[in-house]
Design a protein around this ligand. Structure first.
Ligand SMILES: Cc1ncc(COP(=O)(O)O)c(C=O)c1O
Length: 400
């Protein structure tokens, strides 16, 4: 007999993205499914120099426990970067966490009682649903278009769910759709949050990866009542394996998040925090980010051009100004998960993430998320062409 697990485990399921890993053994496979950065861009030499130096007796404090909120100098360095981005912050406003994903877990612990209503975009980041689900929320979903979350729809959703306590949003180069929230909507979102007494979770791991277009102020910088918790990460600008992210929030919120962080894992890795700090002190991370952006921009251009050339009419994609993903919409009635299993993997040797698990509410089967950061340009062209040929055969009857 299995043990009787807590009822929250009813909502804990393997993620659809993990299931894609079973296809990993096919040597011909071109994987547009993951959300990984291009690891050839990791600053290996610089990091080796730093870790080498830290792993010496005179730097043994890098292997010691430290304060649970994070190394004070790293918190200060993160705050300085936030200020350079127009977001007011001091070291005291920053909590270092184990990647942005831990931020989502901590905010869920802080805010969600079973049955509480959480407002999320439709679709939303799957990893957020995975973090929130064990706390047994209900979800209310808000439409999203090329300008991000639709604040007119949000107003209606909040009227229909007066008890909603949290709004979770990915305003910059959204995962999975790639779209960015416009400034006018950011302002309106803050007004609505104030009116409806919401805590806003601004999850922005891709913010630094802008390829073009205007810089849009963070929600946290527009916040007038200390309602925005901003989550950031080194995963996409340095290396995700270091598992370093941060949260910025008003003092009463941050203090409670700090207590939850202490309970969860005592602190983030002293070694990795020290290494990240040294990297920021010694190397020009903005120059590094510029290199990463130039490569991803080229890959995005390649992917969108290949989709325009090879996908049949009736299959559309978003045009992200940054980040790692584009979101594809197939004709109504098309089942992207089934096509993946029956055609894309066995015939085209291509994977993507079918859109269904990104919908917290009613699921739609005719979408997919495509990643362009972790595939070479040659493979992008080849994979999109192979997929386009099969799609042309299969979708022609649907688009008539
Ligand atoms: C929207 C969003 N939030 C949070 C994360 C978590 O990233 P990490 O825990 O590596 O910082 C990701 C990772 O892909 C993401 O896409």
């Amino acid at each position: 007999m299995p043990p009787t697990f807590a009822s929250r485990m009813d909502r804990v399921r393997p993620s659809a993205i993990r299931e894609l890993l079973i296809y990993g053994a096919d040597p011909e496979l071109i994987a547009f499914g993951g959300g990984y950065p291009d690891q050839s861009l990791f600053p290996i030499d610089e990091l080796r120099g730093i870790y080498d130096e830290l792993l010496r007796a005179e730097h043994a404090d890098a292997l010691q426990y430290t304060t649970s909120d994070g190394l004070p100098e790293l918190r200060a360095a993160i705050a300085e970067r936030l200020r350079a981005d127009g977001t007011p912050a001091t070291a005291d406003d920053v909590l270092v966490v184990h990647g942005g994903q831990q931020g989502l877990d901590l905010v869920a612990k802080l805010m969600i009682d079973p049955g509480d209503t959480i407002v999320v975009e439709d679709p939303t980041f799957l990893g957020a649903l995975v973090a929130f689900n064990p706390f047994q929320p209900r979800y209310a979903t808000v439409r999203i278009d090329a300008d991000g979350l639709d604040t007119d729809d949000l107003a209606g959703v909040l009227r229909a769910h007066p008890g909603a306590s949290v709004l979770y949003t990915v305003p910059d180069f959204h995962n999975p759709t790639g779209v960015t929230l416009s400034l006018a909507r950011r302002r309106r979102l803050i007004e609505l949050a104030n009116e409806h007494d919401l805590l806003v979770v601004e999850d922005s791991p891709y913010r630094e990866l802008r390829f073009e277009g205007e810089h849009v102020p963070t929600l946290r910088s527009l916040d007038t009542e200390g309602r925005v918790v901003q989550i950031g990460t080194f995963s996409k600008i340095l290396a995700p394996g270091m598992r370093l992210g941060w949260m910025v929030a008003s003092p009463d919120v941050l203090a409670r998040l700090g207590l939850l962080k202490l309970a969860a894992d005592t602190q983030s890795s002293t070694l990795n925090m020290t290494a990240a700090l040294r990297f920021l002190q010694r190397h020009d991370i903005d120059a590094h980010i510029d290199r990463v952006r130039a490569v991803y921009r080229g890959k995005r251009d390649t992917m969108l051009a290949a989709m325009d050339e090879h996908f049949p009419p009736g299959v559309t994609h978003t045009s992200p100004d940054g980040g790692l993903f584009t979101w594809v919409t197939f004709p109504g009635g098309f089942d992207a998960a089934r096509f993946l299993r029956e055609v894309a993997v066995p015939d085209a040797h291509v994977t993507y993430v079918p859109g269904e698990p990104f919908f917290a509410g009613e699921s739609r089967s005719n979408h997919a998320r495509f990643n362009f950061s972790n595939v070479s340009k040659a493979d992008i062209v080849d994979g999109i062409r192979r997929l386009g040929e099969r799609l042309t055969e299969r979708t022609a009857p649907l688009v008539g």
